[in-house]
Design a binder for this molecule. Structure first.
Ligand code: HEC
Ligand code: HEC
Ligand code: HEC
Ligand code: HEC
Ligand code: HEC
Length: 152
């Protein structure tokens, strides 16, 4: 087995090459041009800031705690969004690169609907908001806030 640093570099180079060929369909489709957002520690090849093969799960911290080591403020506020409260950042984000801004797994116009399909308590209001082309995060913070429903 080559040392971890070498494995890391090899993986990274293969991944980048695959992305440039457009053959890496797993996280990023359409090749490098489509990588709209890149996580800085990944780009800087600081793989070991997150990965540790000697630990269970292969990460330096359990996955639900990992993101908070560098992004401490995201679950703060009187009201915390369900998936954020349990550290499930990867419900919405990818850890390395993404085709959408802010490392999102889906367009911010669509991401809320991956879980929220229930009828709104105030459907009329939300219908008007949709008609005006407003997206959920124009009014709601996706993470947490001091106003109910994390309203901005
Ligand atoms: C910010 C933290 C972070 C950094 C930095 C990071 N990773 Fe990851 N990586 C993760 C997390 C979290 C997962 C698990 C994703 C999942 O299970 O959905 C993962 C998954 C993986 C996987 C398995 C799944 C896949 O995508 O093939 C590999 C291999 C990997 N990372 C390699 C790397 C390499 C190489 C680097 C450095 C160039 C790196 N990672 C940098 C957090 C990180
Ligand atoms: C080792 C530290 C570190 C860890 C761990 C880490 N991040 Fe980051 N993250 C950063 C840095 C540095 C930036 C860039 C900040 C900036 O540009 O102001 C960043 C930026 C981001 C951004 C904004 C990207 C953009 O394009 O605007 C998102 C989203 C993000 N991180 C999500 C996550 C998630 C999800 C996890 C857990 C899988 C995570 N981070 C774990 C260091 C980290
Ligand atoms: C329910 C989906 C969802 C979850 C879960 C989620 N995020 Fe986000 N996050 C978003 C959306 C949507 C944006 C973009 C907001 C915008 O563009 O207005 C974003 C933006 C970000 C950004 C960049 C912009 C900023 O506010 O600094 C960071 C960093 C970030 N998230 C970190 C995290 C971390 C850390 C977690 C876990 C504690 C997390 N997110 C969990 C949806 C989510
Ligand atoms: C991964 C699944 C998931 C995604 C994606 C998601 N949510 Fe949630 N959301 C939940 C869960 C779980 C709860 C807590 C249970 C509940 O109150 O329905 C919740 C609760 C909420 C609440 C509070 C509801 C209440 O009655 O207190 C609001 C507001 C909300 N989400 C808005 C959003 C917005 C805006 C987005 C997109 C940025 C989003 N959610 C994306 C899972 C998700
Ligand atoms: C124009 C601003 C605006 C937009 C856009 C918006 N909301 Fe809301 N949302 C609100 C307000 C204001 C409330 C609080 C209503 C109240 O106090 O009864 C609310 C309440 C909620 C609630 C909790 C009450 C309920 O009806 O279940 C959820 C969940 C929610 N919104 C999700 C979403 C999602 C998902 C989207 C995107 C599809 C979205 N909102 C878009 C302003 C908005």
């Amino acid at each position: 087995m080559p040392p971890a640093d070498e494995l890391c570099r090899e993986y990274y180079e293969n991944r980048v090459a695959a992305e440039q060929e457009g053959s890496d369909g797993e996280q990023v489709e359409g090749g490098a041009a489509q990588n709209i957002s890149r996580h800085r520690p990944y780009e800087e090849k600081k793989c070991n800031d997150c990965h540790d093969k000697t630990r269970e799960g292969g990460l330096v911290r359990p996955q639900r705690e990992l993101c908070f080591t560098c992004h401490a403020g995201f679950a703060k506020g009187k009201y915390v969004h369900g998936p954020v409260a349990v550290g499930d950042c990867l419900a919405c984000h990818l850890p390395h690169r993404a085709t959408f801004p802010s490392l999102l797994k889906a367009d911010k116009k669509e991401i809320c609907a991956t879980c929220h399909r229930e009828n709104r308590l105030i459907p009329g209001f939300h219908t008007i908001a949709a008609d005006k082309q407003l997206v959920c995060v124009d009014c709601h913070d996706p993470h947490a806030g001091n106003a109910q429903y994390f309203l901005k």
